[in-house]
Design a protein around this ligand. Structure first.
Ligand code: PLP
Length: 364
């Protein structure tokens, strides 16, 4: 049996495990289970890492997106532009607030918002554009910003899949009005359960979001908003703090692996969509000859190499998506959803394992 290679790395080093157990004992002793000092420490460390003024710990990436939209006052009648190719949460939060998602096609370089399509979608009802940094790639932030100049349209960055990636010199999540992060275990910075964070620069948002994450509480059982139960807990904050302290090492390994895919993948056979210098969560490819797609998947399976085939649907395809556009508006998404393979890129893949993946792919 060949050694298996997982798509995601959920292991934890012995060093972190030992420190974590000490932290948990400390939490049990102090009985400070939800929010509190460990969460504040994490928020400070996370903001410092990203070079952004504020970050607040939440229950999930989904909550982060919804709370971001809610803080910007998104409501029924408003339009929010999202890529047609993303995890469902990105459009789900818009639907939950009763607003209209407007779906944008992706480009075939890095699978983020297609700027030409985006230009056509902006209307006087557009309140927010959600730029999803998919798989670890950055959306074209300057171009998106240019389109929103002289308007009141705000940009929210969905950074769930791209912690540690940059746009030019800046970490993602430090550019738009809000950066929305997920700490689901498969993410570049993953916890031991669900968790999320929202980042921002304006002090004016601080009180509102602190209140929204805690049932709209103002003080002493007085509730100012209809809010959420979206508090990060101390146990998650502890593991995230510990992992964050050495995350650069793991991000650098992801960058190195991504570069090796770029250097060695056979471009006659595959098209690669990762931006070369990013610490990818996974590396997205398509097989140029679509007829070989199933064969490629079978050979990877036979060799115990995990891969992903997500997402098999555009977000506009679900009956609940409130689609007001035509399916033909999304030619690139339609192509990618049928031809994509995502491959492992995490820090536990050494040179030998990666060479094995590349040799197998290139020989098909
Ligand atoms: C692009 C994107 N946005 C949002 C989310 C939601 O994050 P969470 O699972 O933490 O709610 C995810 C989760 O996978 C995601 O991939």
């Amino acid at each position: 049996m060949k050694e298996s290679i997982d798509l995601f790395d959920l292991s934890v080093s012995e060093d972190i495990k030992k420190k974590y157990i000490i932290e948990v004992k400390d939490i049990i002793k102090n009985k400070n289970f939800v929010l509190g000092k460990k969460v504040r420490d994490f928020e400070n460390n996370f903001s410092k890492f990203l070079n952004v003024k504020y970050s607040l710990g939440l229950n999930s990436g989904t909550d982060s997106l919804e709370i971001g939209l809610k803080t910007l006052g998104v409501k029924e009648g408003d339009e929010v532009i999202v890529p047609g190719f993303s995890f469902f949460a990105t459009s789900e939060v818009i639907l939950k607030l009763g607003a209209q998602p407007i779906y944008c096609d992706i480009n075939l370089n890095d699978l983020t918002l297609d700027i030409d399509h985006l230009k056509k979608l902006i209307s006087n009802k557009t309140k927010v554009i959600i730029a999803v940094h998919l798989f670890g790639n950055s959306a074209s932030m300057d171009e998106i910003k240019k389109l929103t100049r002289k308007t009141n349209i705000k940009i929210i960055e969905d950074v769930a899949q791209a912690f540690g990636s940059k746009y030019k010199e800046n970490y993602l999540g430090s550019i738009g009005e809000f950066g929305c992060f997920s700490f689901y275990p498969t993410k570049n910075l993953g916890g031991f359960g669900d968790g999320g964070s929202i980042t921002f620069k304006k002090k004016g948002y601080l009180k509102t979001i602190m209140s929204l994450r805690n049932h709209g509480l103002k003080e002493n059982y007085y509730h100012e908003y209809v809010g959420y139960n979206s508090r990060l807990d101390s146990v998650q904050a502890s593991i995230l703090n510990l992992k964050l302290a050495s995350i650069k090492n793991s991000l650098n390994k992801r960058i190195k692996n991504n570069k090796k895919y770029h250097k060695n993948i056979d471009r006659d056979k595959y098209r690669i969509y990762s931006q070369e210098n990013q610490p990818m969560n996974v590396v997205p490819l398509s097989v140029k000859n679509s007829k070989n797609l199933n064969k490629t998947k079978k050979i990877l399976e036979k060799n115990n190499i995990s891969y992903g085939s997500y997402y098999p649907y555009g977000l506009y395809e679900f009956p609940i998506s409130m689609l007001t556009q035509k399916k033909q508006d999304f030619p690139n998404t339609q192509y990618i959803k049928e031809n994509i393979i995502t491959l492992p890129c995490h820090g536990n893949i050494d040179d030998k394992k990666l060479s094995r993946i590349l040799n197998i792919l290139n020989e098909i």
